[in-house]
Ligand binder design. Structure first.
Ligand SMILES: Cc1cc2nc3c(=O)[nH]c(=O)nc-3n(C[C@H](O)[C@H](O)[C@H](O)COP(=O)(O)OP(=O)(O)OC[C@H]3O[C@@H](n4cnc5c(N)ncnc54)[C@H](O)[C@@H]3O)c2cc1C
Length: 344
């Protein structure tokens, strides 16, 4: 492959797909690559109602709203002080609902939409290193050659592929946090009608119904390392596990230079919060859509690039600040807040 595109989106998760779809819908020539062959099982099934609106804008709203998926009007929150239901909100049309969509299903809908808009989608194709000329990112080297593009979106997720290759600073905003998560078969009719967030002295546990047969849980210890790899929520210990128990590095962190000459960092590649934020997919879609929109505008008017970088950076910094404040507030309200919260 040695073509030149307007945009190369690396990583076909929510962020990279949103960038590719938005830019292609605006007329850009786009290539989307991912190192993994689908289906990719990943956590992140609880989609905030705002996510549903974005998926409509991306052209897959009907597929997500067709009744196949579990819809949820809010989250049950259990703390040592009691239990409450937090609704997402409501308007004249009724309560706002989030939706539970398996990660592989969402990925497949996004990939299909991108391909329908003319995006060249190449799965099982890893970006090995960025191509850089005169300090500008101009594409990526892949196993079978290279792909050149006027702009590159890094949507590779929490390993920060482009930031690491360009040695961009990554600020850590929390001590190391390792989430542990897994799935269980709900064949016996066990149900979790709304997602459940349970805080306790050691951290929190998240439980949710992904489909009528599949349950998801995540555990995060806030004061010490992760529990043993055999740990599972007590109430689901008797259920057959679906797949292995896994861990993810969810240390709060943020890249300083989320836009630069020839590139934008989107989704987890730009900033990571632990899953208690509960809107990582929303953020990935929003930042991807913004980057895709700006990339198409830069292709039409190259002189706009510097301003576009500044606009994108300001928006991402505002979001990261708001997220950090919201998470600090969430944990400060715990009966046993983590000590590392103390200095602002
Ligand atoms: C345990 C856990 C539970 C979570 N639960 C929720 C939830 O309920 N709701 C929610 O909204 N969010 C949740 N999140 C967060 C959410 O999963 C992420 O924020 C979201 O997936 C980020 O999307 P992304 O597109 O930035 O990255 P990713 O979804 O990680 O996609 C990155 C893609 O890039 C590809 N890639 C990586 N490197 C390369 C390379 N070199 N070349 C080519 N491709 C590459 C990967 O294969 C992958 O497909 C959770 C996270 C965790 C860890």
């Amino acid at each position: 492959m040695a073509e030149t595109y307007d945009l190369l989106a690396i990583g076909a998760g929510p962020a990279g797909c949103a960038a590719a779809i938005t830019a292609a819908a605006a007329g850009a020539a786009v290539c989307l690559i991912d190192r993994a062959a689908p289906p990719r099982q990943r956590p992140g099934e609880t989609l905030h109602p705002g996510t549903v609106l974005l998926l409509e804008r991306l052209g897959i709203g009907a597929a997500v709203a067709d009744g196949r998926f579990v819809r949820v009007p809010g989250i049950a929150i259990v703390t040592e002080a009691g239990c409450r239901f937090e609704a997402y909100g409501a308007d004249d049309g009724g309560p706002w609902c989030g939706v539970q969509v398996p990660g592989a299903t969402l990925d497949a809908l996004l990939h299909r939409r991108a391909a329908a808009l003319g995006v060249d989608v190449h799965m099982d194709e890893a970006a090995v290193r960025p191509l850089v000329a005169s300090r500008r990112v101009i594409g990526a080297r892949i196993g079978s050659g290279s792909i050149r593009a006027r702009l590159v979106v890094d949507g590779t997720g929490s390993r920060h592929w482009l930031a690491r290759h360009l040695s961009l600073p990554i600020r850590r905003l929390s001590p190391p946090l390792i989430a542990q998560y897994g799935y269980a078969h709900a064949n016996d009719g066990t149900a979790c009608p709304v997602p459940l967030f349970e805080a306790d002295a050691g951290g929190w546990t998240w439980s949710a119904q992904v489909t009528d047969r599949l349950l998801h849980w995540t555990r995060l210890n806030l004061h010490e390392g992760p529990p043993s790899l055999r740990w599972r929520p007590r109430r689901w210990r008797r259920l057959p596990p679906a797949g292995p128990i896994r861990r993810a590095n969810v240390t709060w962190r943020q890249c300083a230079d989320v836009a630069g000459s020839g590139y934008f960092l989107c989704g987890d590649a730009a900033a990571v919060m632990d899953p208690a934020a509960s809107h990582g997919v929303l953020k990935a879609l929003m930042s991807g859509m913004l980057a895709g929109h700006l990339a198409a505008a830069i292709c039409r008017q190259p002189a706009y690039e510097v301003q576009a970088q500044a606009d994108f950076t300001a928006w991402m910094n505002d979001r990261a600040h708001a997220d950090t404040q919201a998470m600090r507030k969430l944990y400060a309200d715990f009966r046993h807040p983590p000590q590392w919260l103390a200095p602002a």
